[in-house]
Design a protein around this ligand. Structure first.
Ligand code: IVH
Length: 676
């Protein structure tokens, strides 16, 4: 399918989802079933994954739910809903305390009690109770004005509609956090990126009936406007909230002294993965209300409170299991399955352990409490193990001595350069005998730099493999499209598109083809070098017939490691069969722009110094285009040293000593029948 067609298909789907969103969120009258909606959403995400030029601000990949409905009335908060300043370490906490003490003009030894409250990562809301009845519920909005979401908030069971206690103030705004439990989020995973987005989206539904279906919770922690509150400090207020019928956080504590705050912070952080809700730090509030009043505010944050944030890229969790994944080259990669934990807005449940040596070095075991780090787009990894948290029943993790997929022995290769065994353990079966390796090989075959087949991504490869539609790369070009059309999620149009993109890729360059074979140590660059040497698929295939792999050693840029790897690859009959079968169904283009019998055939060159009007890269291409080759140092093998301005003296001297011809730029160009 060409880009225009894909773009049209994509935009049509976006238009549809926009329409469905409008009816669901704005009109509260969905016009399709949840299943069909999810299917459309998946189709859009799949297209985006396969074609990276597709973008739309209405895509479900960017959109969380729907923008706040215009239908919600805006209402001013009687007391603004403030935000909190952040602390990230002990020093920040000392500064926070010091500023308070200075402001109050007290001695350094002045003891301040703090209410330490885990900071739930949800959506704040303000509930107005008049004469003990819930009258209004507002979202935070911009802090000054919120949206009237009373009806939606009223669907939450944790929010009392009527307070029976006699001592409840006659007019008060109770504030707290609306959130979704991690366990409940499991069922909403498809629709939202994290529990916070899910809570936000649900609160914004136009029709409270839809909010009601989502299991929202509410924890209360402060108040805004009040008339008739007879409590002197935050901790007593929290206790009172409990008595009035609100839920409060069971981990709230009354603490004084920075050291104790830090100890509590560390303890809570360790418990974090055991909690059924996300917390992103601890809020400390000066306990005494009189002091709070004296301290007041700076900008839009109180001087008397601060949020001690957990690191946004690290978290503590528990290893539930250790999985062994098998890569295309047979490498066994251990992956820790951890208790899901929110790290910087992403729910993480897998963390790589890299290889066998890494597991041994850190002595990582199932059941361990570990620190997980997620930095940028890199796969999350285990940073360290908390040995103090280990139980007596814990046992060392035994790395499998047999491949978990095919049962072959696993081996550690000896690295000739480092003179040590590799850190990685591998499945010893070559290629297609091991199912897991086969699947990975197929994924590599269709990957971007190899065949780059639109609409045939990793997921589909796995699906087709399971259905036994493909086993070897050549099967991709002999797919049973009638069968595929009948599969769930496929239709005539999508099958036509797939057929089109597969057929289009039957025409491929030799370098991409060699890369796609997935020979270990033969990356894109090496594949290019090899294709330039062999020029045609026929020559390359002959290599396997002649068994003369030493020929490869003459190729500049190809070393012993690569040659050995190619040898091993073709010592496997299946690999040879794959090569031959593919050559039959494909149109593999000769590596062009290289003259086999060019003017510089069998001649090697090295440049020293700067040439006039021509770059090093261009000289290299010029030499190669004319069948010559370039080397990187002066040796007996070198035929010509081209000397430019400011050459390296040593190179010229060495060349002369070895009787290598030393030529200048003009002499070189003359060899190509060109003049400078
Ligand atoms: S007190 C001035 N207490 O944190 C006091 N806020 O960045 C501000 N939050 O919008 C609110 N747990 O959504 C307070 N125990 C807690 C909290 C808490 C979570 C959130 C709340 C607020 C944000 C402030």
């Amino acid at each position: 399918m060409n880009e225009k067609k894909v773009q049209k298909l994509y935009l049509d789907k976006i238009k549809l989802i926009k329409k469905y969103n409008f009816y669901y969120f704005e009109k509260s009258k969905p016009i399709i079933s949840d299943d069909l909606y999810d299917k459309l959403k998946k189709e859009i995400l799949k297209l985006e994954l396969n074609y990276n030029f597709l973008k739309s601000e209405d895509s479900p990949s960017l959109r969380v739910g729907y923008k706040p409905s215009k239908n919600f009335k805006k209402i001013a908060h009687r007391t603004p809903m403030l935000s909190l300043s952040n602390a990230f370490n002990e020093e920040d906490l000392y500064n926070f305390q010091k500023k308070i003490i200075n402001y109050l003009s007290e001695k350094d030894t002045y003891k301040i009690d703090f209410s330490a409250e885990p900071k739930i990562d949800g959506i704040s809301a303000s509930l107005t109770y008049k004469n003990s009845k819930l009258e209004k519920g507002l979202s935070r909005g911009d802090g000054k004005e919120g949206e009237d979401i009373t009806l939606n908030l009223a669907t939450i069971n944790d929010i009392p509609k009527k307070i029976l206690s006699k001592d409840f103030p006659e007019d008060i705004e109770i504030r707290g956090e609306v959130f979704i439990k991690n366990s409940d989020f499991e069922n909403l995973k498809e629709k939202f990126a994290n529990p916070r987005n899910a809570a936000s989206g649900s609160l914004r539904q136009k029709n409270p009936e839809y909010t009601k279906k989502i299991p929202l919770n509410f924890i209360a922690y402060t108040f805004g406007y009040e008339k008739g509150l007879k409590i002197g400090n935050q901790f007593d207020f929290l206790k009172q909230l409990d008595k009035w019928g609100f839920k409060t956080n069971p981990l709230n504590k009354l603490i004084s002294g920075v050291k104790n705050l830090v100890n509590n912070y560390n303890e809570v952080e360790k418990k974090r993965s055991d909690l059924d809700f996300d917390i992103d730090g601890i809020v400390y509030k000066v306990n005494d209300f009189k002091l709070q009043k004296r301290l007041g505010f700076v900008a839009n944050a109180p001087r008397w409170a601060i949020a001690h944030k957990f690191s946004s890229n690290k978290a503590i969790s528990k290893i539930i299991d250790i999985d062994i994944q098998i890569g295309r080259t047979g490498a066994l990669t251990p992956v820790a399955k951890i208790k899901p934990i929110n790290i910087g807005g992403v729910l993480v449940s897998n963390a790589t352990l890299h290889n066998e040596d890494e597991i041994n070095r850190k002595d990582v075991r199932i059941g361990d409490i570990v620190t997980v780090e997620r930095a940028g787009d890199v796969i999350p990894h285990i940073l360290s193990v908390d040995l103090n948290k280990r139980t007596n029943s814990s046992t060392k993790f035994i790395f499998p001595k047999n491949c978990p997929s095919c049962g072959s022995k696993t081996i550690k290769e000896f690295n000739k350069i480092t003179k040590k065994n590799d850190a990685v353990r591998r499945c010893s079966s070559e290629g297609y005998n091991c199912d897991k390796i086969s699947i990975e090989k197929l994924k590599h075959f269709v990957s971007k730099e190899a065949f780059n087949i639109d609409g045939l991504g990793k997921k589909i490869i796995e699906e087709f493999w399971k259905l036994k539609l493909i086993k070897f790369p050549q099967d991709i070009f002999k797919l049973d499209y009638n069968k595929i059309e009948k599969l769930e999620g496929w239709g005539r149009l999508s099958v036509e598109n797939l057929k089109y993109s597969i057929n289009q890729k039957k025409n491929i360059s030799l370098d991409r083809f060699i890369f796609a074979l997935g020979v270990r140590h033969i990356g894109l660059e090496n594949a290019k070098i090899i294709s330039k040497h062999f020029i045609s698929i026929q020559n390359f295939k002959n290599l396997t017939k002649k068994n003369n792999y030493d020929e490869l050693l003459n190729i500049d840029g190809i070393g012993e490691t690569q040659v050995n790897s190619i040898k091993i690859f073709f010592s496997n009959e299946t690999n040879i069969k794959v090569l031959n079968e593919l050559a039959k169904v494909l149109e593999i283009k000769d590596s062009n722009n290289t003259k086999v019998n060019g003017l510089l055939k069998d001649k090697s060159f090295l440049v020293t110094g700067k040439l006039k009007g021509i770059s090093r890269a261009e000289v290299k291409s010029l030499i190669e285009e004319n069948s010559g080759n370039t080397v990187s140092s002066v040796s007996k093998k070198l035929n010509y040293l081209i000397v430019g301005e400011k050459p390296t003296k040593k190179k010229v001297e060495n060349a002369k000593a070895l009787k290598v011809k030393v030529i200048n730029q003009n002499e070189f160009l003359k060899m190509l029948n060109k003049t400078g």
